[in-house]
Design a protein around this ligand. Structure first.
Ligand code: PLP
Length: 399
């Protein structure tokens, strides 16, 4: 990577610049960032937000869900967005909030679980594949993470989960669509364990929540949502496969009482209470955009998007299987693909791909490709061509 040139710190201009000048500067500078439309962002879990949702977002920028008494109708829209997400996850009466993303949602789930339990309970049992936001949550909430090894299918090992439970266990976490490979943990088994031990089970479906419900019936996996009585809370991110503008995550609780455990009542606000999230002032536009994109897309719209991504995932997988020296880490359950190589160091392969303009995500032992809605067949063709060329050159050199 090139070193960033050292530049003088910027100061606030005395006289404001013209809009034209500012736009010119922004286009020049930001135009150099990656764009989703180019199809080069192949390792991210975000995508181009839906065009209508962008329009709605821009229209309601002044709405503040940090002061519910001022914006009661925005608050009602947020409530309905949560209900629609609840219906997707088999509990329309779920309680919750639209938040800034999966990180905040997961922190809130553990915060509520912690405040509902006795102080001696401070251990969270979770898969070693859990997103790094759980490390942040543990640090903030002074909880201890007990990271559990995976089974041969890259899922959390439920036997090990059982063995890890003790008097101090506060909650179990399961993942529906892991960050590294899109794997779905054995959630029904985790739910049984949680029920048997009277523990909070939080499901991180930040990515999978907008994929799993829309897969074709023959690809469906076991339940991961509120149909399982042991599931207490779920994270789902509209700003990933939900096509909502960034930032938009959501946290849903089965029991509304849990939300009260993280509520601060503030007398001076117009409504007398603040939302049960991390933020004070909170973007109402996010919640309104989520409500709008859910209404606009409907089940049918999301099915089409997810099935399109899955068809391209299948094509990518078939092509990968024909390239000598490269393998799949595992057969992808959803539109997240892990590729590895026995021949070429994975850092080197990622570097070569990045040099050819592909923004891949790099994990310790594999490269992650996420086939998001902005990826088109031509992008798959071009990336496969580059992968083949990299491996051909490497194999030739090695002989
Ligand atoms: N949970 C999972 C499974 C994720 O993959 C991610 C991000 O990729 C997160 C949580 C964090 O989400 P965010 O980046 O929106 O905070």
């Amino acid at each position: 990577m090139k070193n960033t040139p050292i530049s003088k710190p910027k100061t606030l201009p005395k006289k404001g610049l013209s809009r034209q000048k500012i736009i010119k500067q922004l286009s020049k500078r930001l135009g150099k960032d990656f764009t989703y439309d180019s199809g080069r962002i192949v390792g991210s879990m975000c995508t181009n937000p839906n065009r209508f949702a962008r329009f709605v977002y821009a229209k309601y920028l002044e709405k503040n869900l940090g002061d519910l008494g001022l914006f009661p109708n925005t608050a009602q829209i947020e409530k309905e967005a949560i209900q629609m997400l609840g219906s997707l996850l088999a509990l329309p009466q779920a309680a919750g909030n639209i938040v800034s993303g999966g990180t905040e949602a997961n922190i809130l789930a553990l915060w509520a679980a912690r405040n509902s339990a006795i102080p001696e309970k401070d251990e969270i049992v979770l898969p070693e594949t859990a997103h790094f936001c759980f490390d942040k949550a543990a640090d903030l909430l002074r909880l201890k993470l007990i990271k559990i090894r995976l089974n041969g299918n890259f899922q959390v090992d439920c036997k090990e989960v059982k063995n890890a439970i003790n008097q101090r266990t506060l909650a179990i976490v399961g993942i529906a669509g892991t960050t590294d490979l899109g794997v779905v943990d054995p959630i029904p088994e985790l739910a049984e364990i949680a029920l048997a031990n009277n523990l909070h089970l939080h499901i991180d479906a930040a990515f999978g929540g907008f994929v799993l419900p829309f897969l074709k019936n023959n690809c469906r996996m076991p339940n991961f949502d509120f149909r399982l009585p042991g599931v207490s809370s779920i994270t789902i991110d509209p700003h990933k496969m939900g096509l909502a503008p960034i930032p938009a995550g959501a946290i849903l609780f089965r029991n509304a009482e849990l939300l009260k455990k993280i509520q601060t009542n503030v007398g001076y606000l117009a409504g007398g209470e603040s939302p049960q999230t991390m933020l004070g002032t909170k973007p109402g536009a996010s919640a309104i955009a989520v409500w709008s994109v859910l209404k606009y897309m409907g089940t049918k719209g999301y099915k089409k998007v997810v099935r399109g991504c899955m068809a391209l995932t299948q094509r990518f997988v078939e092509e990968i299987e024909t390239i000598p020296g490269i393998n799949l880490v595992t057969k992808p359950a959803i539109n997240v693909i892990g590729i590895r190589s026995d021949l070429l160091n994975i850092f080197e392969l990622a570097n070569l791909l990045r040099r050819k303009g592909w923004a891949v995500a790099l994990f310790p032992n594999h490269i992650r490709i996420v086939i998001m809605p902005h990826i088109r067949p031509i992008h798959i063709t071009l990336m496969i061509r580059d992968l083949k060329s990299i491996m051909r050159k490497y194999l030739k050199k090695g002989r």
